[in-house]
Design a binder for this molecule. Sequence first.
Ligand code: NI
Length: 159
Amino acid sequence: MASMEIKRFPDPVLRRKGEDVKSIGKSEKKVLSDMAETMYLKGGVGLAAIQVGIHKNMVVIDIGDGIMKMVNPVILKREGSEVQEEGCLSVPEKCINIKRSKKVVVDYLNEDGQAVRLSAEGLLARVVQHEIDHLFGKLIVDYLSPLKKICNSLTTRRL
Ligand code: NI
């Protein structure tokens, strides 16, 4: 395993859309485990492949319940809404209040290529939405409006 370099805003790489993974082999599994190690090293709770310069639709998440590796995740259903502070490993030392769906249902493939349907709420739902934004080249700074302030925080979780 190896730690990867995380691209930082405003690196244009972060604006490219990811591509769906066609088959999950050794190299995809290696990327997923390197991403997980990188996320843990940086103290994040989520990381998308695009953040390490790989334009594939892969994300890793661990909100404290163990590692989740998601390939080609797609949100099928959303419910409710909630505003919370969010940070991002690619936008260091910044946090922004973002309104997101409270609950989501997401379909993805696990690293063995099996289809998984997950119902997530609270922080997990938020992280899933944040990471899927990355796959579309979207960042937390895109949610800024003149009325919203960027706060500086070292304690906000990085997604
Ligand atoms: Ni992020």
